[in-house]
Design a protein around this ligand. Structure first.
Ligand code: AHR
Length: 520
């Protein structure tokens, strides 16, 4: 990515230029997916009112407005101890939930989820339990959902098959915290058997095998290689997860988090390419970033900011970091044990978090050739763009960049870079202040761009063809949050021409009605 330390001035404003290379590929609509786990208040109190046993229409309205395309369910760590049979039929047995320590009433299960997806206009993505269970139970669930004449589903009143296309083979199986955690060889063999058995039952499905929980796992890379060695030809996607937080209190470092995602995806792309060429396979495996987000505010309440900074900076791997913070978080959550819908991971997001989410989104789309599925984690109440209390539902700051991309971000991705100032980061090296991506479609041309500079606005020069357009901008105090009472952070829209002022620390959408390509 070209960028420049040489700055020139126009009335004191730093200048930058967008540079387009070749057109890459079409964006897969599933890149704007999200994730709903039986965790905290995501399902109960979030999408489902457990008193009235109905889905909340205020939440459905916001999910529709968000524009998310697919929703991964039911976990997450939860799925690795889940018995899906407990959540269907007339008799719903509450159980002690194993991953998060709450009580699972099982009043919301597979059938309720599918009905909810239909009301939201989203495609369901289902994960199977490969922690405490195996290929047999996975095929049972698949048959329940997709079997043309599955008698159990029919007896529960659902005559038509659900036709769920995308299936996740377990969750974060590389993580020592995962129920039924396995080594890569054992998991790879199980993923292969499960994929084959499921595809024999329904050849139309696609499956995602577990990649790494984060790039900083000590097994990152070797896990992917070993899993692919066991199941490359049986799977369609390999997953990658990533969560970021401002653990050091240094905004410039945190605002550069997307460079970590970029490096994670590039590494997995390389490993997949190598495996494909080694086995000379005509088959292609893509990447599913099926959990990503900012995730730290709630966890950080468990210890002092100094402790978190020290843990973060002294840890070489995620396991080491987890070893430090795990016990503190467990102590903080202990009083919530046994509750239905305990409030956990209820991060209240700032404008700064929304900017990081914007840069993560544009990074995912820049990798659209390999990244075919991505799920912001999560959707409601738990590290989520949508929050609820008993009577209200509202948007958090991170709602906006996601909504903008899910609304306007379809079409052909263009190779996009910026000639712009950069700064030095101790974690990520050189960081261009602008991060973004352009997409072309029948409506014209749209550029999504974040100005990471905390104090400097940029005058961005667009290509000559971009003369008149619309500029949507999200900015404000870095620490501002939106809550049920006040929506301090909200986008505004103005007209723009070829040279566009990008305010300091801002998320921007530039829409021009005519295609730059068709005019050149
Ligand atoms: O999204 C919260 C949790 O984070 C998920 O359950 C797990 O997969 C990840 O570690």
């Amino acid at each position: 990515m070209p960028f420049s330390f040489l700055l020139f001035y126009d009335g004191g404003m730093k200048q930058a230029k967008v540079i387009f290379g070749k057109t890459l590929c079409a964006v897969d609509r599933r890149i704007y997916g999200s994730f709903l786990e039986h965790m905290g208040r995501a399902v109960y109190d979030g999408v489902f009112d457990n008193e009235t046993k109905t889905c909340r229409s205020d939440v459905i309205r916001l999910v529709r407005a968000l524009g998310t395309t697919v929703v991964r369910y039911p976990g997450g760590n939860f799925v690795s101890g889940y018995r899906w049979e407990d959540g269907v039929g007339k008799r719903r047995i509450p159980r002690q939930e194993q991953a998060w320590g709450g009580t699972e009433p099982n009043t919301f299960g597979t059938d309720e989820f599918i009905a909810w997806c239909a009301r939201c206009g989203v495609e369901p993505v289902m994960a199977v339990n490969l922690g405490t269970r195996g290929e047999k139970e996975a095929v049972d669930l698949l048959s329940y959902c997709n079997g043309v004449d599955d008698s159990r589903r029919m007896a529960n009143g659902h005559v038509s098959p659900y036709g769920i296309r995308l299936w996740c083979l377990g969750n974060e199986m590389d993580g020592p915290w995962q129920i039924g955690h396995k080594d890569a060889k054992t998991y790879g063999a199980l993923a292969s058997r499960t994929a084959r058995a499921m595809k024999a039952a329904d050849p139309h499905i696609e499956v995602v095998a577990c990649g790494s929980s984060t790039r900083s796992m000590s097994t990152f890379g070797s896990w992917e290689r070993e899993v692919l060695a066991s199941c490359y030809d049986d799977i369609d996607c390999l997953s990658l997860h990533g969560y970021w937080g401002n653990f050091t209190g240094e905004d410039k470092e945190f605002l550069a988090s997307s460079l970590d995602l970029d490096a994670s995806i590039s590494s997995v792309e390389r490993i997949v390419r190598e495996e494909k060429s080694e086995r000379k396979s005509p088959h292609s495996v893509h990447i599913s970033v099926d959990e990503w987000n900012v995730n730290y505010h709630d966890r950080m309440k468990s210890a002092s900011a100094e402790e978190w900074k020290e843990w973060f900076l002294s840890s070489h791997t995620f396991e080491e970091f987890y070893h430090h913070f795990g016990p503190a978080v467990a102590r903080m959550r202990a009083p919530l044990h046994g509750m239905v819908a305990p409030p956990i991971l209820e991060d209240r997001y700032t404008l700064e978090d929304a900017l990081v989410v914007g840069t993560l989104l544009t990074t995912l789309v820049r990798h659209a050739e390999s990244v075919r599925v991505a799920c912001i984690a999560q959707l409601v109440n738990v590290i989520a763009p949508i929050m609820t209390d008993r009577t209200h539902a509202w948007k958090q700051t991170i709602f906006y960049p996601f909504m903008h991309m899910a609304t306007y971000g379809y079409g052909t991705v263009m190779d996009t870079s910026f000639d712009c100032p950069a700064y030095a980061s101790s974690l990520y090296g050189t960081v261009p202040v602008l991060e973004g991506v352009a997409i072309e479609n029948e409506d014209g041309f749209v550029l999504f761009v974040t100005n990471r500079s905390i104090d400097e606005e940029m005058l961005l020069e667009m290509p000559e063809e971009c003369q008149e357009g619309e500029h949507i901008v999200l900015t404000g105090p870095l620490s501002a949050v939106d809550d049920e009472e006040s929506q301090l952070v909200a986008p505004s829209t103005e007209r723009c021409s070829r040279n566009v002022r990008l305010p300091s620390h801002s998320w921007n959408v530039l829409r021009y009605p005519l295609s730059t390509r068709s005019r050149s």
